[in-house]
Design a protein around this ligand. Sequence first.
Ligand code: GMT
Length: 378
Amino acid sequence: MKIGITCYPTYGGSGAVATELGIALAQRGHEIHFITYQQPFRLPSFLPRIFFHEVDVGRYPLFEYPPYDLALAVRMHEVVRAHHLDLLHVHYAIPHATSAWIAKEMLAETNTDIKVLTTLHGTDITIVGQDPSFHAITKFSIEKSDGLTAVSQFLRAETQSAFGCASCRIEVIPNFIDPAVYDRARYQPQFADIAKGRKVLMHLSNFRPVKRVQEIIRIYARVAREVPSILVMVGDGPDRVLAEQEARDLGVSEDVFFLGKLESVAPLLASADLFLLPTVSESFGLSALEALACGVPVIGAHAGGLPEVVRNGETGFLCEPGDVDGMAHAAASLLADPSRWHAASQLAAADARARFGQEAVVAQYEAFYHRALHGDAP
Ligand code: GMT
């Protein structure tokens, strides 16, 4: 198949999933065309059967807000015609599904039919899509897609209730990991110099308010009273300064390390002992899955789609959102019991491979594409 993929190319779960899906599909013989405003951050410079088409948003002085959605639609229209694509697979509804619908309508003028498939990732439904400025266009774009997938059961239900489409056909296709990359045994410990024998707690995200990064510092501060440990914070975003201030206020800043945005996260995750994700609404939690695959148990919130990823009580512990004491207690007791930690770590790696292995999930997308092309996608 010849497949166009559009996603947010910058640091973020949906862009990571879209890029890794494109790479995996190309390895299986498909031709992949990324149509984005910048090279996706997890896409190496050259790979066979993968092409990158940059969306150029012209800058005219009249435009205080350059119309990216339109430039994207035009680029999609061009690429479909030039490369005879079979389908456009867009990741994150806003504005990608809308631009794809415009491109599809333009193509219909020349009797070219293109299927538009949309994967819903999370905040496109739970936050942005429910903003009054975007609700109607999100609903419209979802309904106009030829096929819809959501990354968790939670997100499917949330979409059906938020957009009043209880009968919308949405296939759940979860996020996935490459077991060869997210493998604890493959990497040397990265933090030996700074940890000096202490346990390593880790968080990785875009530090948006929903991630509750200040709670992470509070959880760590409580754990550190009982278990010698450090906290490694990977990523960057609006709440980083609040987290840094919280670490200073709680007197733990010397043992909290903010690494900023980093491209290759597997070696870091593989060096952690616990992963913290107390976020209030996480449609899936790709970073948690990547940690589990590296044998790192997850401590987090029983919210959103996270319980579909973490086996509560087995591969990690999930507490009520905001229950800092509960999460700290769960973390400290697991770290203090090596045999229990070992069992959780082994089960986490095995379960991530069994339920979210790349081969099986990419095959699910391929089957979904085939059904869409033959007029039978959800
Ligand atoms: O977490 C974010 O704000 C980024 C967002 C994205 O679109 O990149 O992540 C969402 O998609 C990821 C990939 O499917 C999911 O693993 C995240 O759980 C989801 N984030 C939220 O629902 C908050």
